[in-house]
Design a binder for this molecule. Structure first.
Ligand code: PGA
Length: 256
């Protein structure tokens, strides 16, 4: 069984004091046994603060990016061992904003995911088509290629550690979410692609949906058989909104 996973992606928002306040508010209101595994990805500067503020809670921390090299002359970069040292368990790689604004290719994303898996961290590998690509009927071609070339070429992929996030670019930050049916169609296609790449291990890979997820739409998204969780941007910035998303993740009912 795949454990549902909800990941808050703060992007370039919140300083350390704001991060601490978010953590305190969320942990106070969360209840003892949240239905999903919970992760928050702050900017690098707030990682250690959050890691400390959330220690002993049900919420883990993630980075939003990482270098594929372990150390050396890479000005401005942060490595996997540095993330591990401050308690990071997950790291987002290949978000569409990094692909579009920082020219990250599938090959770069794949090298980052490989470095994370080799060190025992869990990459959240993002894929997704643009509006023009969807309108042009290219969704399967684009996400299929991204999946094949962004996943690390490892002999025995640690499937349980790998997370894929389907984030249609037209749904990110727009308030226009994919319908549960549209999302499920792509998630099913991705699951099939994962089976071709890694065989039985594909059943262990969690495939998240991202793009304007909020407390109102999370339940119908989670009811889809191949949606194993969500990557949440805007609606994760307020602790109450993120808490409501967690609360509305009615998992026992969702699989029936
Ligand atoms: P959004 O962002 O929830 O604000 O649409 C999601 C993401 O980019 O990960």
């Amino acid at each position: 069984m795949r454990r549902p996973l909800l990941v808050a992606n703060w992007k370039m928002n919140k300083n350390r004091a704001e991060a601490r306040a978010w953590a305190e508010a969320l942990v106070n209101d969360l209840g003892p046994d949240p239905a999903a595994e919970l992760v928050v990805a702050p900017p690098f500067t707030a990682l250690e603060t959050l890691s400390t503020a959330l220690s002993g809670s049900a919420v883990q921390v993630a980075a939003q990016n990482v270098a594929s090299a372990a150390a050396g002359a890479y000005t401005g970069e942060i490595s996997v061992p540095m993330l591990a040292e401050i308690g990071c368990r997950y790291c987002i790689v290949g978000h569409s904003e990094r692909r579009a604004l920082f020219s990250e290719s599938d090959q770069v994303v794949s090298a980052k995911a490989a470095a994370l898996l080799e060190a025992g961290l869990r990459p959240i590998v993002c894929v997704g088509e643009s509006e023009a690509e969807r309108k042009g009927g290219q969704t399967a071609e684009i996400v299929g290629r991204q999946l094949e070339t962004s996943l690390p070429a490892m002999e025995t992929p640690a499937a349980g550690d790998l997370v894929v996030a389907y984030e249609p670019i037209w749904a990110i930050g727009t308030g226009v979410t994919a319908t549960p049916g549209q999302a499920q169609e792509v998630h099913e296609f991705l699951r099939e692609g994962l089976r071709k790449i890694m065989g039985a291990g594909a059943e262990q890979v969690r495939v998240l949906y991202g793009g304007s997820v909020n407390p109102e739409n999370i339940e119908s998204l989670m009811a889809q058989p191949d949606i194993d969780g969500a990557l949440i941007g805007g609606a994760s910035l307020e602790p109450e909104s993120f808490r409501q998303i967690v609360a509305n993740c009615h998992l026992e009912n969702s699989s029936s």
